[in-house]
Design a protein around this ligand. Structure first.
Ligand code: SP5
Ligand code: ZN
Length: 343
């Protein structure tokens, strides 16, 4: 399969993330991509560097002020104090209900809170270049599908599915799956389906397409009552306005075993078939793995081949976007099992 690897990805390597009042080593780390890259090379895949420019499609997914903030954030942070070059900024204040988010503050930390849903998404000097290249890969993958390719895998990081139209969160900044879906639409696909199999609900992707009927969003994930991102991903979220009925959430409890997960995948696939999609975008999170350090489903390495086989039977061209998956040493084998079984 044609795969994209972001050769700049090591520029996004935050030292630590905030977790329950402490700084802990980042789970979303460069080694993840190294393991995927090694497995793609080992199994003879065609690994390319993205060459499209996603700027136009990014402007259709994210707000101008959020894109402007992301592109200049590190420079703004450094301009406050020369010592900031060695420190990661973290948000500490957020515009919750009743506070204003329409006026962009001047204070940098206030802006960071305005554009964040959590304080677990560290931003560093190289972040913009890396997230832009991952979005470029998603746009390029969609172009190749438009030219008749059957499958393209974006083995990029950081992930994107928690990022909304104007906020970052959950290690995500730009929503690569949304970029791929929109680029497929712009390239002539009338209907697109996004299947999100990351352990965590893809709240950003859901939000972006919530009122649209042309892009179906279907997600299998840990129940938000107990699992991140907590505030979205319930079964009663079915879409709004023209998008009513075009959002399907299939939350499952922590500890869900593979058989129950695959039963939910059948429901997801049936809905995708009914959408009569021209193309599929898979938000391929591998944190459903039994060995994942932060997630609670129980899929095995062999189950990822089963997933790829099932998706192949949909008979749709597909863009696969790497999302989460934190058992880094197993990430390559698990991800490429899906890709190999799909081919
Ligand atoms: C894309 C993606 O998978 N994002 C996940 C974001 C999860 N953020 C919360 C991380 C909580 C870390 N928990 C550490 C538990 C150690 N026992
Ligand atoms: Zn995840």
């Amino acid at each position: 399969m044609i795969t994209f690897f972001g050769n700049l990805h090591e520029g996004h390597a935050p030292a630590s993330e905030f977790y329950r009042g402490e700084l802990v080593p980042c789970f979303e780390k460069p080694a993840r991509a190294h393991y995927v890259q090694a497995q793609l090379a080992l199994r003879g895949h065609d690994v390319r560097t993205p060459a499209a420019d996603s700027r136009a499609v990014l402007a259709r997914i994210h707000t101008p002020r959020y894109l402007q903030f992301l592109e200049t954030a590190w420079q703004q942070w450094g301009a406050l104090d020369t010592a900031n070059a060695a420190v990661q900024p973290f948000p500490s204040v957020w515009p919750v209900r009743g506070l204003r988010s329409d006026v962009e503050p001047v204070n940098f930390i206030a802006k960071l809170g305005l554009y964040s849903m959590d304080n677990g998404t560290p931003l560093v000097e190289g972040t913009w270049r890396v997230i832009k290249q991952a979005a470029d890969a998603a746009a390029h993958a969609a172009q190749l599908i438009g030219q008749g390719e059957r499958g393209v895998f974006c083995a990029t990081r950081p992930p994107g599915h928690h990022a909304g139209a104007d906020f970052m969160g959950g290690y995500c900044f730009l929503n690569n799956a949304a970029v791929a879906a929109q680029a497929l639409r712009d390239g002539g696909c009338e209907r697109v389906a996004i299947l999100d199999v990351d352990f965590h609900h893809g709240n950003g992707t859901q939000e972006i397409f919530y009122d649209r009927a042309d892009v179906l969003f279907v997600s299998l994930h840990g129940d938000p009552l107990t699992e991140y991102p907590f505030y979205l991903g319930h079964a009663d979220e079915r879409g709004h306005g023209a998008g009513e009925g075009f959002n399907l959430n299939l939350p499952m409890p922590a500890g869900t075993p593979a058989d129950r997960w695959f039963a939910a995948l059948e429901v997801a696939c049936e809905r995708i078939v009914r959408h009569r999609a021209d193309a599929l975008v898979v938000s391929l999170g591998l944190d459903t793995f039994e060995g994942d350090p932060i997630s609670k489903f129980k899929l095995s390495t062999a189950d990822y081949s089963r997933l790829g086989e099932r998706l192949k039977r949909l008979g749709l061209p597909a863009v696969f976007i790497l999302e989460g998956g934190y058992a880094a040493a197993q990430l390559g084998v698990n991800a490429v099992n899906v890709i190999d079984a799909f081919e």
